[in-house]
Design a protein around this ligand. Sequence first.
Ligand SMILES: O=C[C@H](O)[C@H](O)[C@H](O)COP(=O)(O)O
Length: 226
Amino acid sequence: MEELKKAVAREALSFVDDDMVIGLGTGSTTAYFIKFLGELIKEEELEVYGIPTSHQSRLLAIESGVPVVSLDEADAIDIAVDGADEVDPALNLIKGRGAALTMEKIIEYRAGTFIVLVDESKLVKRLGEKMPVPIEVIPAAWRAIAEELEVFNARAELRMAVKKDGPVITDNGNFILDARFERIDDPLDMEIELNTIPGVVENGIFADIADVVLVGTREGVRKLER
Ligand SMILES: O=C[C@H](O)[C@H](O)[C@H](O)COP(=O)(O)O
């Protein structure tokens, strides 16, 4: 599995050019990309800047020699590179296992080209087949939102921390609800609907924004395009 992640991360370097601003996703697959990008910048003396989507990607970028800028310092984002938890045949995604979905969506929505890195186990026929949809919520509203999600035939759980007592706190200071839906027929519609619930900051359905998906398989890297 780690080899497949490395293979897609290496392949993503072919999208990198000098003078680019690159959105840096979060998670274990993107972590390889950030490390390889640091090596490429050094080898080819590139003038490339990264915009991190989380504390994780910011710390890793600094450690890997990728100069970082914040979103409000950049005029435009050329490409963004990130992993995903599920990818459907229309290249709609579920993201947010690492609780970084809000900054990821803000940055990836604005990128000229959004490149997604997955291994083949992440490909599904229908979103929600294996993974819940993470929803970032204002802490005081978590229970009211969890109850409201029943209207959408979803059962939501408050995500609990592992190395801390109590709930996961996102980089933005919020909670995460993991919502298991009976069925998601229309990802774009569901993405929009969820964001209309007061107290929802953002949800982990990324419909219609991935341009390229690089899929790591045992036979090599497959490229899917929208
Ligand atoms: O919040 C986390 C992100 O959406 C990740 O990009 C996603 O969970 C994929 O992570 P990984 O590459 O570790 O499977």
